[in-house]
Design a protein around this ligand. Structure first.
Ligand SMILES: O=C(O)CCC(=O)C(=O)O
Ligand SMILES: [Fe+2]
Length: 462
């Protein structure tokens, strides 16, 4: 019999939570003003959408000022507004070597410069900039912040395309591009991305089908080659933004109305499906147990904890982001309670066991055995600790500590030992010395025995 038949399911869950991609994509529901577009010469940028909408009749009577509600085009059969927008565009050029060239065998599309139009889409207020930051920057870079600079409006009519290329970085801090696709009726025009040996397709026409108040977005790093396949019918209207590293900032949880497709870890429904498939396997933890996940993002937890400070775990649930938020939501949706905990290990040289805490402790200044102090203050020892390796030959790496009162934890992803708060204590060995209790933050999930979870309460089946 296969030693670990649920291996592919574990692998899927781990990959879902940790996979890093060179791009992110999704759909965002936006307010009506975000789909309003003013164009037609220098003055278009000076027209505030609210003021402009009051003055529409006089505006539209002037041929140099035009307005289009892209939401209306999504439901009407009259393409004249989109044709007028397409006609107001110039032919798009592109960079070839040192030059900017026009070559319709390589790129066929219309373009408008930022001086000549004004979009009602506010990428800050709608949460789009945050979605890009969350989806594209890894754990290590996530606090760098993203600044998005509007670059062009493009209209790809029937037969328009853009052959494979990489975007020209406009400065050293430019690291990528963001493309927003409006819900205008069109077919074809998928964006194909290539990176190393991987290929990804972002088909906005398919993603937006049946939606009138959403935009589709894709953001990718500058080293990603990409091409726009020919548009088969209709008009593909896009905004492109150059992405720069910005100033450090914390990012909030995903915006309302945001549906993330990539990366998978930022989508609660993808994480839920992967976790549900694992819990549905009769061979996985047949007698129940505890699943452990290290949090993958950094949080504004005070680094040094002293007695009297608020519990660092108290408000963390509301702060979770990206994969952590998705995992928490997925557990809740499946009816398995996620518990945020601190875990410490290696606090004593040579001792590899872990102790899980539900609050931070201050050990004080006369500690001979920090381990005993932690255990007497509510800490629980992980007596059987298994870490998923991702290696089919030896799926679990285990550390067993013979003690029948502790916890058995199966770590799908491991908590980094030092990303939580820490507190100082004086350890007495041969001589007294200042030492630190280091903690990591993790999420523990109690899994019921298979007979219970597969019964009536197996509500996680999706
Ligand atoms: O419209 C797209 O999806 C990509 C456009 C593009 O590659 C560009 O403008 O450089
Ligand atoms: Fe491009």
């Amino acid at each position: 019999m296969d030693a670990c038949p649920e291996f592919p399911l574990l692998q899927r869950l781990k990959t879902t939570l940790t996979m890093s991609l060179p791009y992110c994509s999704g759909i965002l529901e936006v307010p009506p003003e975000a789909l309003k577009l003013y164009y037609g010469g220098q003055d278009a940028r000076c027209v505030h959408p609210v003021v402009a909408s009051l003055r529409l009749p006089s505006l539209s009577s002037k041929p140099s000022h035009r307005f289009i509600d892209l939401q209306e085009t999504a439901t009407s059969n009259d393409p004249s507004g989109l044709e007028a927008l397409a006609n107001a565009c110039e032919q798009a050029r592109f960079g070839r070597g040192e030059e900017t060239v026009l070559d319709e065998t390589y790129r066929k599309a219309g373009k408008m410069d930022t001086d000549d139009f004004m979009t009602g889409l506010d990428i800050e207020a709608t949460g789009l900039r945050d979605a890009v930051q969350l989806g594209l920057l890894s754990d290590k870079d996530e606090k760098r912040g993203v600044r998005a600079e509007l670059y062009k409006l493009n209209v790809y009519g029937e037969g328009a395309f853009f052959k494979p290329h990489k975007d020209t970085p406009r400065s050293q801090s430019m690291f990528g591009s963001l493309v927003v696709v409006f819900p205008t009726p069109h077919a074809g025009g998928a964006l194909v991305l290539r990176h190393n040996d991987d290929q990804f397709t972002f088909d906005a026409a398919a993603l937006l089908s049946g939606r009138t108040s959403s935009i589709a977005y894709v953001a990718f790093f500058s080293d990603v080659e990409h091409e726009v396949a020919p548009v088969l019918s209709g008009h593909r209207v896009t905004l492109t933004y150059n992405l720069y590293y910005g100033t450090r900032r914390n990012i909030p949880a995903p915006a309302r109305g945001l549906e993330v497709f990539q990366p998978p870890h930022a989508s609660a429904s993808t994480v839920k499906a992967a976790l549900a498939a694992l819990l549905d396997a009769p061979t996985f933890l047949p007698r129940g147990g505890t699943l452990g996940f290290g949090l993958r993002h950094a949080y504004p937890i005070p680094k040094v904890w002293t007695h009297g400070m608020e519990s660092p775990l108290k408000s963390l649930g509301a702060w979770l982001k990206g994969s952590d938020a998705a995992l928490f939501a997925a557990c809740t949706a499946l009816g398995v309670k996620p518990h945020l905990r601190l875990v410490c290990r290696d606090y004593e040289p040579g001792c590899e066991s872990e102790i899980v805490l539900n609050q931070m402790l201050e050990l004080g200044d006369c500690i001979e055995s920090p381990e005993a102090a932690l255990l007497s203050d509510g800490g629980r020892r992980v007596t059987d600790s298994y870490t998923f390796t991702g290696d089919a030959q030896k799926p679990w790496e285990s550390v067993l500590y013979r003690d029948s009162f502790g916890l058995t934890v199966h770590w799908v992803t491991k908590a980094s030992a030092k990303d939580g708060p820490r507190s100082a204590y004086v350890a007495y060995g041969n001589e007294a010395s200042l030492d630190w209790l280091y903690t990591g933050v993790c999420l523990l999930v109690d899994v019921e025995p298979y007979v219970y979870r597969s019964g009536e309460r197996g509500a996680w089946r999706v």
